[in-house]
Design a protein around this ligand. Sequence first.
Ligand code: TH1
Length: 801
Amino acid sequence: MFKDRESFKHEYVDKLIKSEGVLLEEATQWNKYVALVGLLRETVISYQAIAKKHEVAAKQVYYFSMEFLMGRLLKYYLINLGIEDLVRVGLNDLGIDLYDLLEQEKDPGLGNGGLGRLAACFMDSMAFLGINGHGNGIRYKYGMFDQRIINGYQHEVADDWLSKGFPWETRKPDQAVVVKFKGNVQVEVLEGKLQFKHENYEPVIAMPYDVPIMSYQNTATINTLRLWSAEPVPLELDLESFNRGEFQSVSRSTVESISYVLYPDDSSQTGKELRLKQEYFFVAAGLGSIVRTFKEKKVPWSDFTRWVAIHINDTHPTLCIPELMRIFIDEEGLAWEEAWKITVNTISFTNHTILPEALESWPIAMFRNFLPRIFMIVEEIERRFLETLHQRFPGEEKLILKTRIFCDGQVNMANLAVIGCSSINGVAALHTNILVQQTFKEFHRIFGYKFNNKTNGVNHRRFLLAANPSLSRLITESIGPSWIEDWSQLKNLQAFQQDRSFLKQLSAVKHRNKLQLIHLIKEKQDIILDPFSLFDVQVKRIHAYKRQLLNVLKIMHLYNLLQDNPSSLNQSYTFILGGKAAPGYYYAKTVIKLIHALARKLRQDPLAEQYLTVVFLENFNVSVGEIVYPAADVSEQISTASKEASGTGNMKFMMNGAVTLGTLDGANVEILDSVGQENMFVFGLNAQEVLRYYERQNYRSWDIYQANPEVHRVVDQLINGFFNEEQSEEFRMIYDSLLLYNDEFFVLHDFAAYIDAFKKLREAHMHQEKWNQMSLINIANSGKFSSDRAIREYGEAIWKV
Ligand code: TH1
């Protein structure tokens, strides 16, 4: 690397000239940013070139995901390379403020939320642990939309993140892959074997763009995130094959639409054509390049599983199964049985949700039309599967009905994934239990050995070390720096429970982080917050099951308490909410409007204004998260039990010392196990109770509305002109969801318990030292939720690396 500050400065100025073509004096901020990234990228890929030598002898893991929510890379790579201070001071000598360059970087938002961010955390931990693990995804021209709030309503602005280029990536035209859509399949018999020839297809060029992945101080393992962009076939090639009648010409815009935009919905699937195209596109491209690399080894196909593991992040890349079969059979001439054995043993699958509306299925006719050969293979997979079922479980019609791939005119992707993978894991213990006992109950009888749990984790180096430098410094001063590389060391903080001076410093750190968040909110939204107020935060996608509404009703209730008795609250509370609603999700958008209406109501009331503040954080993304998590006192994790598969925000808050107020859902259950009852505020129905209500259909939200006057009051306030006398119908939809449609997510049921838990929390917060102890215990027990722990488990139990 750079020997010292002077050599850095020399190289940097040189880089500005050679790659940006400007002298320092003429350089724009963007030039300066690109030159710095260029220097780091070159350093990292030169480590990669050296590391590659050893890689040849190691098993490669390929993580297929439709989403990689990477967040900004520059600051993080400076930390990983151990040169943050050197570069800051060096740039300063040149009259450049590193902060300005960091601000030049767009936040690559190629994901919706937890699932995409998990993929990014896993990329880091694989590189950290020395696993050769590569990401495979789509280089969307437009990522997750930017959220603008106008008059309390969400507006979506296209995320043109590539407009000036993304200096971390390298285009690799020599590694492009042709992906074939539509057309027809000719079957011939050649030397006694069936041959399948795909004709009249529509070709698309998959162009790879590689981003080098380097983790904390590990220069021996540099992995690759390979993102594919769709391009039309070049004209020369086009004419030649076109004349031979091999394929159909497709318009540039039809081709480019494939990698044009990320679907901005993380909780429902619409079965849209373009989405299916996207899925096959990056699967076929990724497998094409994996097989090409494998063939260079010149070892027999039976060794494939020894050298390659493929992981599919939810069902979105499930086409890996039939596509790998197609390559083995049609292109490499393997027999079905051998191809199947290798395929199943190579591929593993993570399920991330049990929400029925999120489970993927495609209309059969559409599937067959777009992917004719893949369709034939899936049919054959099902035929053989049913054959074995009939043998093993004769006469069990229900078992067959629930495990079929083709059902009700649809191709069921989850069932295909379970049949074609060697491992199926849930993302938290509770979620895995629900998978095994409910969602995949029948499959569990057939393939019990495939199911396992891998509780999610988050990258503690990004969300603690990099996002919270004040806390990191305090931790390192107290227990040494080993926690950065070994999450289990955080436990040693427990020893400071009675250390007054430590606890004081901990609360000073929180205060400082609140000031930073306050600064951000002042700059971006021109709202001024009180750092001495309790910061209660709920940031995540807006969705009915996550129950932002329950939070709103709680705040309305506190307001009512204050109206009845002006001295009922003895301290000030700031409720921060943030998150994006899917553009077509009208209910969620109405909740955003409701949050703004409440914020306004409180601002306009001189009494309320002293005690209660509501802020909606605009455009919540990874970068905003990195400021918010460190500043929170309370972490709201209040989903309807059984609905949130894991949650990962809960872990990010915890490691930054926030105390959780939550239901027994997803990984909250394991957070409770780690910190104990005294250090978390738990309330509400548990998953079993929720599932029993659904089963027996004996929940009546109306009864609760009638029986509980406090519930009655806040629910009425949704439509009685409380927010706006002229537009009292604005929130009718929300009111109806609670009473007319019987409150699917048990908001009214859990209201009283939630209020009660919040009351206990308020009391606990009055004892400052006690509160700081709780905060400390949360940090000290958060190590388990590092993605290093999760990836070690995946590596050992699933990928066998
Ligand atoms: C999320 C889950 O909702 C969340 O509980 C979990 O912590 C996270 O995944 C990581 O495991 C999901 N995101 C998506 C996105 C899509 C489809 C399904 C899910 S589930 C597009």
